[in-house]
Design a protein around this ligand. Structure first.
Ligand SMILES: [Zn+2]
Ligand SMILES: [Zn+2]
Ligand SMILES: [Zn+2]
Length: 304
């Protein structure tokens, strides 16, 4: 945030500090000095017409690199907060990966058809659109098997456009791959399931998951997605291909820090930094002023 600049038309009196009611009124083209954002937004007060520049808070790297990096760091902080070493003293930490079914029917080592994929394969657009419901189903069953289980899940977009989940899991009771695979397939995921134990306090899984989260925010156009589209002229509803509408990550309530906690901490830190900078600038200005005025200042009352 930078200082408000009053429009100076004199039409409306300036608001009391903190009384402005801002709404987005446009973009600034290009970065603003002192602001780490590639396309800051202009917010204007409804009452006094004062305007301020604020970061765009974009999550997509293709839209704004610094803002998407900030978002990635915030997601990473949420991810890391659940993987703290103390947690392994009271339970088990895992990185679980579940995938969409294959594109073709395939056989198990015993020769019978694998139940994860129907004979004609899955329609990825339809499968992706049902993906969050499938995850909810899986998550509910895992929490039924392991009471108190907590997770943070990030979405990765595979090359074929299928959504893919990486979930960090903390559970008071150990998870078993065979049981988890059974649950995953019952929820409509493919048979390819990975369950890797995580070292206590390791940030690797958290970094891994948050890395894919920002990539997934930039991949909506290439994720096949089917949705009902209403033609408002005729009232006709058709199933059409639209850009992906998935959430790039989610976590359970007891995972660790929430995004609001991370944001509040970041804001407090930024304000402290800004205050320090202001103080530094002030000190700097006084030094320069002192040097400039030094020869002119009377020295009579200097201690002897
Ligand atoms: Zn105002
Ligand atoms: Zn930005
Ligand atoms: Zn299979």
């Amino acid at each position: 945030m930078v200082a408000a600049s009053h429009n100076g038309t004199g039409e409306a009196p300036a608001c009391q500090p903190g009384a402005c009611r801002f709404h987005v009124s446009g973009y600034y083209f290009g970065p603003r000095p002192g602001m780490d954002c590639e396309r800051p937004l202009r917010w204007t007060c409804d009452y006094c017409r004062a305007s301020v520049a604020r970061t765009c808070s974009g999550r997509r790297e293709s839209v704004c690199r610094p803002c998407s990096a900030r978002y990635r760091r915030a997601v990473r902080a949420v991810a890391v907060s659940g993987m703290v070493a103390e947690r392994s003293a009271t339970g088990f930490l895992y990185l679980l990966t579940v995938t969409a079914p294959g594109e073709r029917a395939h056989r198990l080592p015993g020769g019978q058809l694998c139940p994860c994929t129907p004979p004609g394969g899955v329609d990825l657009a339809e499968w992706n659109a049902s993906h969050s419901g499938r995850w909810n189903h899986l998550r509910t069953n895992l929490r039924r098997d392991h009471e108190g289980l907590q997770f943070m899940r990030g979405v990765e977009v595979q090359t074929r456009g299928a959504l893919h989940d990486h979930a960090m899991i903390w559970s008071p009771t150990p998870l078993d791959l065979v049981a988890v695979r059974r649950r995953a397939m019952a929820a409509g995921f493919g048979h390819s399931v990975d369950l890797a134990p995580c070292a206590p306090g390791s940030r690797k899984a958290a970094y891994y998951v948050s890395k894919y989260v920002t990539k997934a925010t930039d991949a909506r156009e290439r994720v096949p997605w089917a949705a009902d589209v209403v033609d408002y002229a005729t009232g006709e509803v058709t199933r059409e291909r639209v850009p992906g509408r998935y959430r790039t990550w989610s976590c359970s309530k007891g995972w660790g820090l929430r995004m609001t906690d991370v944001r509040a901490t970041a804001r407090a830190y930024a304000m402290k930094k800004a205050e320090q900078n202001r103080q530094l600038e002030l000190d700097g200005a006084l030094v320069v002023l002192g040097a400039a005025l030094g020869p002119l200042l009377p020295v009579a009352d200097a201690p002897t």
